[in-house]
Design a protein. Structure first.
Length: 274
């Protein structure tokens, strides 16, 4: 009786399992979607619900400063993004559009950036075959107006024949573009006051000119995360160069290097507990 009972139970379970298998439909949605990536300090992607709780992450701009990139007249900013849906074995073009930001100096297509619907832009607005993670290219342009102001460029994915819009909170990114000396956001994030002394526009410009390096956010973060000894070494290089330059300036009847408020440029690191 027990054997018969167990066999009956087994047959029942097999019938249920077979029925469930028949009920499961294979994933057949052919739609593909695009989302910008937002990554935390641990390198993990923020999810849509995380961004909904902290929308400032979305509105925080990607900063680009021509002043820290030499004499180039244009450059490409690469923004991380990802697809959702089936990966394809062929290249697919995607589309972008600008969103006006109320109350801001909005970037102008053809003046501050290459228009997204231009042939130049369309050639590089591509998700390559087999890719699910890719980078969105934004070609920015240098112009005289950027020497006195920053412009805002808010970018949004635009649906086309290949892609639909994905998660609501992952559809836009904001860029801030300028060509004037301004404090990089990484300066405070990396506590550079404790390596190079208090920030100053003149000091920052001298650092760029004397080293031939950009001292952009990317450059600072890369060295801070991988080689802080290099930053300390460069502080000594700058301090020695400043001393020699000031001696020469004084000998020529000029004042030492100073900030706009009259404070003398100084590369003495601030004490950690100041």
């Amino acid at each position: 009786m027990k054997i018969t009972k167990y066999m009956a139970m087994a047959l029942t379970l097999m019938t249920i399992a077979t029925s469930c298998e028949k009920d499961l439909e294979p994933y057949s949605n052919s739609d593909c979607y695009l989302n910008f990536r937002f990554v935390n300090s641990d390198g993990k992607d923020y999810q849509n619900e995380d961004l909904a709780k902290t929308p400032t992450i979305i509105s925080s701009p990607v900063l680009y400063n021509f002043k820290t990139h030499g004499t180039i007249e244009s450059d490409t900013i690469w923004i991380e993004a990802k697809t959702a849906g089936f990966v394809k074995d062929y290249d697919r073009g995607f589309a972008l559009e600008q969103v006006e930001v109320e109350g801001a100096d909005n970037a102008m297509a053809g003046v501050d950036y290459v228009a997204f619907d231009s042939q130049e832009a369309k050639r590089i607005q591509i998700v390559k075959a087999g890719e699910s993670y890719f980078k969105v290219p934004i070609v920015v342009l240098r112009n005289n107006g950027l020497q006195t102001k920053s412009v805002v460029l808010k970018v949004r994915f635009k649906e086309n024949e290949n892609f639909k819009n994905g998660f609501t909170m992952m559809q836009t990114r904001v860029l801030s573009i300028t060509d004037r000396v301004s404090k990089p956001s990484a300066w405070d994030a990396c506590d550079l006051d404790h390596i190079f002394g208090a920030y100053g526009d003149v000091k920052y410009q001298l650092m760029i000119e004397w080293s031939g390096k950009s001292w952009s956010d990317e450059f600072i973060l890369e060295n801070y995360n991988t080689d802080q000894a290099y930053l300390s070494y460069m502080d000594q290089v700058f301090a020695n160069r400043l001393e020699k330059e000031n001696d020469t300036r004084i000998a020529d009847g000029q004042d030492v290097w100073r900030e706009a408020d009259g404070t003398a440029v100084d590369f003495t690191p601030k004490a950690k507990f100041e």
